[in-house]
Design a protein around this ligand. Structure first.
Ligand code: SIN
Length: 483
């Protein structure tokens, strides 16, 4: 890996603006080739406590400087990220696998949260409340909640970090971040740029670790941590929620999804195919908002499937550093095994694989773009996140059937549908039990918009005005004895 700015490749924990080595290391590899990129310090209890203490001390000053001062540092960080786009994208593709063009898109997407919250922090307004008593005056102020623990996944090694820590830092909180052990390098590169941008020591701290459970437990039980923000599986989210109850921490949980993508008979087929490919095959199907179930209305089934199959057949699989590759490797062997298990279960129960269905010749962690039809609710792929390049296709008759099928899951993160009927658009949008709805659109994530789910997909919003509120506490002040 040839970086122009070699300082971006770091291998130790980032604590109090210092690079802190640990006694043991773990390898970070490239999922496309299996090659080890570098060995990273494996942080444990000692480093985690050091990071929490540094963040707690830094909070005393960072929370008190003006929003304008914080904004200037954030803005500089954003600019440094954009100036280092090519290197960050190369690092991202190397440790995570997504195609380089998509990685560049993620750098810009990730940086956009920093830019947006650098502005938003100047507008954290309180309010005055009309008093019910002539002797009292009432108001609210908003203040940063305190030290935040951010626990982030491997599928967006930059954007899932900035989506959490940009609003936290902008609000005046300090942060201890635990990135995924599969993709710590982007996180450490962001730390390098944060220091360059002028963040004071202790404001941002990063511990990379393979001791996920142990470090997660410290972050969710330590009394100095006032808020935990986690993106990952519902299973792990439940454990973190339970652990956080011991000190009643504020939580944001962005958990699993099971997104339906409905193609109604009045859809524009071209728009529907383009949108469905975008939501299904982005990041090789490894996003929480990827279409997990494609529901096609019976009377448009033939036309849609013909166009969709043709488009999927054109998606090039390979190492993300090669030109025109659209689908890179999956993150690890467990991901490949999960896809195989779900396909085996589906075909055992009567589904038909009409395209793909096997590991791809590009390498051990590559999977063919796959389409599986005749899917039913008994199959595991209708209940579990596939997290791979597999389109599972269901057929429905009526609008009500589609809504019921869509809502028939414990998850409620994102849902998509394609229709040109404005009445249907409002009707269906209102009935879908999801936090995010894409209508005639497969790409819905933006710094300006609130991202987050309902039901067992979690709670709390990231991005937008709401994303900042999650890191603030409202203090009500009542001044008595007024004349
Ligand atoms: C996710 O998979 O959790 C994030 C996807 C996105 O930001 O669009």
């Amino acid at each position: 890996m040839q970086l122009s700015n070699t300082n971006l490749l770091q291998q130790h924990s980032f604590i109090n603006n210092e690079w802190v080595a640990s006694s043991s290391r773990f390898p970070v590899d490239n999922p496309a080739t299996g090659e080890i990129i570098i060995e990273v310090s494996d942080a444990g209890e000692a480093e985690t406590l050091q990071a929490i203490n540094a963040a707690a001390i830094a909070f005393k000053t960072w929370s008190r400087i003006t929003a304008k001062e914080r904004s200037a540092i954030m803005r500089k960080w954003f600019e440094l990220m954009m100036a280092n786009t090519d290197d960050l994208a190369l690092l991202l593709t190397s440790e995570q696998g997504k195609p380089l063009a998509e990685a560049k898109g993620e750098v810009a997407y990730g940086a956009s949260f920093i830019e947006w919250y650098a502005e938003e922090c100047k507008r954290v307004y309180g309010e005055t409340i009309p008093t019910p008593s002539s002797t009292k005056r009432m108001m609210t102020i908003k203040q940063p909640i305190g030290v935040v623990a951010a626990i982030t996944p491997w599928n967006f090694p930059i954007a899932m970090i900035t989506r959490k820590i940009a609003p936290a830092l902008a609000a005046g909180c300090t942060v201890v971040l635990k990135p995924s052990k599969d993709t710590p390098l982007c996180a450490l590169a962001l730390a390098y740029l944060a220091k360059e941008a002028g963040f004071p020591k202790g404001v941002l701290n990063i511990v990379a670790t393979t001791a996920t459970g142990e470090v997660g437990k410290i972050l969710t039980t330590h009394p100095f941590i006032k808020k935990v923000s986690f993106t990952g599986s519902t299973e792990v989210g439940k454990v973190l929620m339970e652990q956080s109850s011991s000190t009643i921490k504020k939580l944001s949980l962005e958990l699993g999804g099971n997104a339906p993508c409905i193609i109604f008979d009045d859809a524009d087929i071209e728009v529907a195919v383009k949108g469905t490919i975008a939501t299904k095959y982005r990041n090789a199907g490894q996003t929480c908002v990827c279409a997990n179930r494609i529901l096609v209305q019976q009377n448009i089934y033939g036309r849609f499937m013909e166009a969709y199959t043709k488009a999927v057949a054109e998606l090039k699989v390979g190492n993300g550093l090669e030109e025109h590759v659209f689908i890179g490797p999956l993150i690890n062997e467990a991901a490949i095994n999960k896809v195989k298990r779900l396909l085996f279960d589906a075909t055992e129960k009567g589904a038909t694989v009409t395209m793909g269905g096997q590991q791809h010749e590009a390498g051990e962690l590559f999977f063919e773009p796959t389409i599986v039809t005749n899917c039913t609710t008994e199959m595991l792929l209708s209940q579990e996140e596939i997290f791979g390049p597999v389109s599972s296709v269901f057929v429905f008759d009526t609008e009500q059937d589609a809504v019921e099928l869509s809502n028939n899951t414990v998850y409620g993160l994102a849902a998509y549908f394609f229709s040109q009927d404005i009445n249907r658009i409002y009707r269906v949008m209102e009935q879908l039990e999801y936090g995010i709805i894409g209508v005639n659109e497969g790409i819905i994530s933006h710094a300006e918009a609130p991202f987050g789910g309902v039901k067992q997909s979690g709670f709390g919003k990231e991005g937008s005005f709401y994303g900042m509120e999650d890191y603030l506490v409202v203090k009500y002040v009542c001044v008595g004895g007024m004349g």
